[in-house]
Structure formats: structure tokens, C-alpha cells
Design a protein around this ligand. Sequence first.
Ligand SMILES: [Cu+2]
Length: 654
Amino acid sequence: MMSAKTFLRSLIAFSTLTASLCAQTRVPHHPLDALTTDEYWTVHDVLQQSGHLTGKTLFSSVLLHEPAKDKVLAWKDGDPIAREADVILEAEGATIEARVDIVARKLEFWKPVPGVQAPITESELDTMSGVAKKDPRVIAALKHHAVTDLTGVRCEPIPITWMIFPEQAKHRIGYGDCTDSHGVYHPWGRAIEGVYILADLTSEKILNVIDNEPVPMSQGDINYEEGEATPREGTKPLLVTQPLGPGYKIDKGEVVWQNWHFRFRLDPRVGAVINLVRYQDGDRLRSVMYEGSLSEMYVPYMDPGEGWNSRAFVDAGEFLLGGLIKPVGPDDCPAHAQYFTGLVPSGAGAPVLRPQLACLFEHASDSPAWRHLEGDVISGRPSRELVLRTAAVAGNYDYLLDWIFQQDGTIRVAVGSTGIVETKGVKEQTVAHSMGEEPGKLGHGTLVAPNLVAVNHDHYFSYRLDLDVDGADNSFMVDRVVLEPLTGHTRKTIWATQSSIVHTEKDAILDLDLRHPSMWQFINPTQHDARGYPTGWEIMPGATAVSSISLEDPAQRVGAFSGHQLWVTPYQADERYAAGTYVTNSGGLQGLPEWTKANRSIENTDIVAWYTLGFHHVVRLEDWPVMPTLWHDFLIRPVNFFDQNPTLTLPHQP
Ligand SMILES: [Cu+2]
């Protein structure tokens, strides 16, 4: 007879099996599914057979080209599935776009795109590190900095995000530094400060080496995994199990949980793309969001010094190969989570299987869906959530990216920032020597360890949210809180709400303003709830930030989306990335600032919201040597969509 333990173990084994079955599939079930292994190879073979590729052509990006939205919405299970891929190739400085019809095994177009640079590939960075380490000027500069054993040395000239040299029109020009991980197991916090390299990644040449006066390299302990050998006391077992399996179902890629229906794919450029989010409301399956995903990230550093003033990263569009998201593990997701594999392209266009690129799990929210104490009677219902979690890793930083579905119709989008803050070598050991609080002195960072300053910077995340509230045609409504002066009353002033429809996209570029609050809603002007309000869905900011850096600043021009919390645009299939498709060596002002110049109508039509989540990061000592996870979020939640609280039907048991 099976013991309870064996039973549990077999259930866990069963759920692991389920996970592997639900991973990357051999054939697509739906037009929005990720490219499969066979499809990657078809794309590769079609391009190979086209005769366009040379030995130096790199596949910078291979992404699903989504079919037209109306065709996807009309598609039914069993219909033929149109499949196309968009490919960006890099060939000796030239950038080429190609589209492949996978079903017809046909090259639709091959189009050189002048004046732009393809996303950076890992192989380019590996090659340049090798080239730099053989350059006599680099070797001499390293020797000047007392580094003669190059075993742990890596030099990374990273293409500058913005256009600064005329050569960048045709060549990938990078600027960077070297690290020495001798004695430790990672390079962060071990920069050989003062040696900076200007390189041409296209011709694979070092253009210039700057060799400033050495500063002592920090010897602080950065081996965070080798900290305390024994876990702190009092950490007793805390187990969450789902002995009867998860409460959700996945059928041909569609996740169904607690009235929610949605699909997702794992995209190499932007990570999880959530699709066809619908809510079962009685006998109606009502549309909420056609598609939602991260669209771009922007991390500008704030140090004017040499070697640092070029540091501004636009991570999603800049470093695409290898994929933005990286595996999640047992410390990221609970034991009962289900994991999903994904594919990313190699530099040669072959599929690379990445295990555990996302996890999906239910958890108790630890907060009642609602409650009320009346007399001595506590009424209420416990609540749970469904979390789809991925982790973007951009060099030193790690970002947990969550889509959290709640039982009350809210979707919470959360970003947990962790990993290692970027540091600069300095001569100071303590602030007493030079970083005292002198009045008026500007600070550019925090001395987190002897000889190591974590430089001030920002993090911005643009989310593209194609909400379709009860259908594609929506309007954008702003409910402003306005003051209403009263005369002849005891009260002198109250506030009231004032609703207005925003007609064009320039008027929908909005910022948070605590003195002039407003609610941002997508409404369906033709659908009304029981009380006659148009059905709506709100984007509700959490703690966030906007960039106040001037657009005269070249980095800010590239990350210009970060200047505002919200943008609303009419739906255009090819408008997917907030800073544009090509952000490497860019002139800037692409994407949202470019599209919205036309000031198109956004009224009673298919519209898309772009929300910027951000924060200014003044690093604390507690953020070193690895940063405690810091969460920021925003909500996408129903407003007058349901006729009453949708959680009244929840059971008492969690
Ligand atoms: Cu930071």
C-alpha cells in the first residue's frame, strides 16, 4: 500500500512529467505560439538556401511574426496556422531584415536597412575580449595596473547605445573596460578601473586605449555564495503543497484558472508575451487584453567620468542573443511550480533549448479577498493568485518579471530587481576621506566597499499593453480628481471627479501628479454594465519614477519613453518596442516619440497602452555584494466591468 509520502512523491513526479509535456512543443497549437525547433530550422534552411548568407553573417534575432490581429481573433482550433518569422541579420556592419514564410518554406523579403545596428550578439563580445587581450596597448595598460596574468581578465567593449561617431553608421563602435576575476568567481566589483578601450566590433580592431592612473582594486568579499556556512537559526520548515495538483489547466497552451483564460509564449527579445486574456463572466467569455509584455528596458548611469559617461543600457533591444530571460530555479519558484522551456536562436540561427525559462504557480495571497466584522461575526473569503514568473538577466542585474492573476479580476504586473549593482573602482576606503557631506557637493554613487563605488542609476521598464475591453475598439478615458469650491456651505472645498475622453495620442502622454490625481481607463464606449457605465479596465500605477533628464542628452533620446508614465497609441502591428526596433548605436527618439508625432486618433478604435515602471537607484550598503530583491508593480484592474464584486463566489477554504 502506498504511504502518504510515496503518494506525494508520485504526485510530484506526475507534475514534473506534466511540466515537461507542457513545455516547448513540436508543432504550434495556435498562431501566437512561440517558434518551434522545426520552425527555427526551416527559417535557417530557407535563408541558407537563399544564397544571401556569407560566412560572416550572424543571426541577431529570430522572432515569431504574428499574423494580423483580425486573423488571429477569427482563428479556430483546427484551422490552418499561418507561421512567419522575422529575422535580423548582421553582416560585417550591415543590418538586414528578412521574413520567412515557414509554412511555404519561402523567403518573403531580404532587405538591407541602412543606418541602423542589429542587436549585439554574445559571440561579438567574446571575440572582442579575445582581440583586446592580444592588443599590445591593452597589455601595456593592464601591466601599468599591475595585471600581468590575464587568466581572469575579460575586456568588453560594448557598443555605445547612442550615435556619437560618424563611423557608427556603418561600423559597430564599442567602448568598455576590463575586469579581473582572479581570486573570485565573478567579475562584478573587479573592474580594472582607469583602462578604457574604444573598439570597432565590425573590423575587430582596437581603436584606442586610455590608460589613466591606477586605483587600488577593491579586495572586498564579493563571493556572496560563500558567505555564512550555516543558515540562520529559527528557519524552520514551511511547506506549501498541492497534493491534488494545480488548480489551473493548460489545454493546447491555453491556461484556464479561476475564470481567467490566457496564453503565453516566451519570446527571446521581450520574455513572456501574454495573449488573449479573457475572463469567464457567467456565460460570457469577455476579452480583456489581446497582448501584454515588457517592451523595453532602459538603465542609464549617472557618472560624468571617463569610462562611465557612455553607460546607458537598453537591455531588451540591445543584447538580444541568448534571450532576455534566463532560467529560474527552485529558490525562485515554489516546489509545486510548473516550469516551461523555451528556445532562443544561436548566432548561426539554430535553436538553442533553454530549460526552466518560466514557472507557473498558484499561491495563497495571505490577504482576504474581502472581509467585514459585523457584531461578533467575521465574514470574508481567503484568496489565492496565479503567478507566471520569468527572470531577465542583463549582465550584473537580475529582474524577476511577474504576471499575477488575481481572483477579483486584477492583473498585477511586478518587477523584482536583484543581482549585483554596477561598481566603479576608486581610491577611497571610507567616505571620511573624500565623500563627507560637504554642502552643495554632488554625489554620483555610494561607497559600498573599500575602493568601490556603486554608481547612481535608473531602471525603467516599458510595458506594452494591448487592452481589448469587451472587444478591440476602445477609448481612453481620464477621470480627474478636481477641486470643487463650495459657497454657503460648512465645507469650503471638496473634490469631485471629472471624466473626459482623450481624442488623440499626444494628449494621452501622461505623468503621475500627486497634486492633480487622475485615473487612467480603457473603456468600451459601446458596452455598458448594469448601471449604464461603459465597461472599463484601469491601469493603476504603483511606486514608480519618470526620467527628468533632458532630451538633449543622447542617452535619454534613446530611452525617451522613460520621460512619461503612460502613452496611448492606436494599434499598429509593427509598433512593438518603446525605443524602436534598433537601439544599438542609435540616434534616438525612435519608437513612442516618433510614432506619436502624427498625433493619431485614439478614440473608439483599437488602442494600446504603454506604461513605464521605474525607479531611481541610489545604492545602499545593504545592496552589496548582492542586492535584496526590491519589488515595484502596477495593476491592470476592472472598473465598472463587472456588475458587483466578482469574489463573492469564492469558497471559504483557501
Ligand atoms: Cu539598480
